[in-house]
Write a protein that binds this ligand. Structure first.
Ligand SMILES: [Zn+2]
Ligand SMILES: [Zn+2]
Length: 131
């Protein structure tokens, strides 16, 4: 388990209530969430602006990553330990599925780069929507 409290403490940040609630929302989600979706999942005393600030802080700490799905807004997920997923989005119904494939290691081997970040997300039309 990643100890987020310690990560924030080491960065000189407090483990505030908004931070803890946004973390919980992301931990409970089984797909990347937009700011609005996070907003819907935290108690209503936390406003959109503080969710934006919190996510920005998490991005800087490297505990959250952006998942660009071409929807016109960003989604976010916890970076986690080890395994991560990529996604395919149905542009008709918004269904999101994770895909268990990643080219990170191949790209490192091909280029000899130490890859620091990457994204590989897909947009398409799902079975139900084509049928
Ligand atoms: Zn669909
Ligand atoms: Zn990957």
């Amino acid at each position: 388990m990643i100890n987020y409290k310690t990560i924030m403490k080491e960065a000189g940040l407090k483990f505030t209530r908004p931070r803890s609630l946004v973390l919980t929302a992301l931990q409970k989600a089984n797909e990347p969430l937009s700011i609005k979706e996070i907003y819907k999942r935290v108690p209503n005393r936390i406003d959109l602006a503080s969710i934006y600030r919190t996510i920005h802080c998490f991005l800087e700490l490297g505990i959250v990553r952006e998942v660009p799905l071409g929807e016109g807004y960003q989604r976010y997920e916890l970076v986690g330990e080890g395994k991560h997923y990529h996604y395919v989005l149905c542009v008709e119904c918004g269904k999101l599925e994770d895909i268990d494939i990643c080219l990170l290691e191949q790209v490192e081997k091909m280029t000899n780069y130490k890859i620091l970040s990457h994204s590989m997300e897909f947009q398409g039309i799902c079975h139900r929507c084509t049928g």
